[in-house]
Design a binder for this molecule. Structure first.
Ligand code: AMP
Length: 247
């Protein structure tokens, strides 16, 4: 079995985001970028499956600027076998990402695609679902547990009301949630080894996908700043304030 994992280069989750002064987007220049945290979980899961003998190869793919090579090197340092960079200078929207992942999944004859439940920059939560529809494969979203058995995957999904157990047939597209696993850190020797692992570069054009944006950003604004709170001296004073606020 071959597993494809989508890894997106996003602004690091520790960075406090700044909106550009012209309202056209958020500041990315000179800002620390990292692998989308949910994609680290997806890579970890693919590696766990391979280590348990359930897969022969793990391929990481990223769609983005040339710098997304760093994100792929991180996936290789974690343990992925090889990587594919689909270079694009456009801001690639989820539908185009899904079309590209479909083309790569078919070209590589993979049996499973693992992606994050969402990218923390656009928070779209769309790519996995669209990919499953385009491939006409089963889908399991927001998964927190999984086990492969007899050509199917038994899954636990995190849903609003709690947990849901389902089984999906292979080939499948799975989107991973936070509790699925704890991603490993890449060790220094593995970071060095990753520099020599194969990384192919292709363009979206060569895969027949048009990445031109379908959406336009009208304006990006900072969220309103929170007003300062007050310190009350007693529970009675707190109750009084709450009652006054209620009117
Ligand atoms: P989204 O639908 O944008 O919230 O993204 C969901 C998941 O799709 C991410 O966690 C990634 O695994 C995958 N994905 C989205 N965009 C990209 C990209 N540019 N390159 C590789 N994978 C991506």
């Amino acid at each position: 079995m071959k597993i494809l994992v989508g890894v997106k280069r996003v602004i690091d989750y520790n960075v406090s985001i700044r909106v550009k002064s012209d309202g056209s987007g958020v500041e990315k220049d000179g800002v620390k970028m990292s692998m989308n945290p949910f994609d680290e979980i997806a890579v970890e899961q693919a590696l766990k499956i391979k280590e348990a003998g359930g897969a022969d190869e793990v391929i990481a793919v990223s769609i983005g600027p040339a710098k997304a090579e760093d994100t792929l090197r991180t996936a290789l340092a974690m343990g992925a076998d090889r990587a594919i960079l689909v270079e694009s200078t456009d801001e690639v929207e989820p539908l185009a990402v899904a079309k590209i992942l479909k083309a790569v999944a078919e070209q590589e004859s993979v049996d499973m695609v693992l992606v994050g439940k969402q990218a923390i920059d656009d928070d779209s939560n769309q790519t996995g679902q669209m990919l499953s529809a385009l491939l006409n494969w089963s889908q399991g979203t927001f998964i927190s547990e999984m086990e492969i058995k007899d050509g199917a995957v038994a899954l636990t999904r995190e849903i609003d009301g709690g947990l849901e157990d389902i089984s999906v047939k292979l080939p499948t597209v799975l989107t991973v949630d936070l509790r699925l696993n704890e991603p490993r850190y890449a060790s220094l020797p593995n970071i060095m080894k990753a520099k020599k692992k194969p990384l192919d570069k292709v363009t979206a054009d060569s895969l027949g996908v048009d990445t031109a944006p379908r959406l336009s950003v009208v304006n990006v604004v900072e969220p309103p700043t929170r007003e300062a709170g007050i310190v009350v001296s007693s529970v009675a004073e707190l109750a009084e304030k709450i009652n006054a606020a209620r009117g």
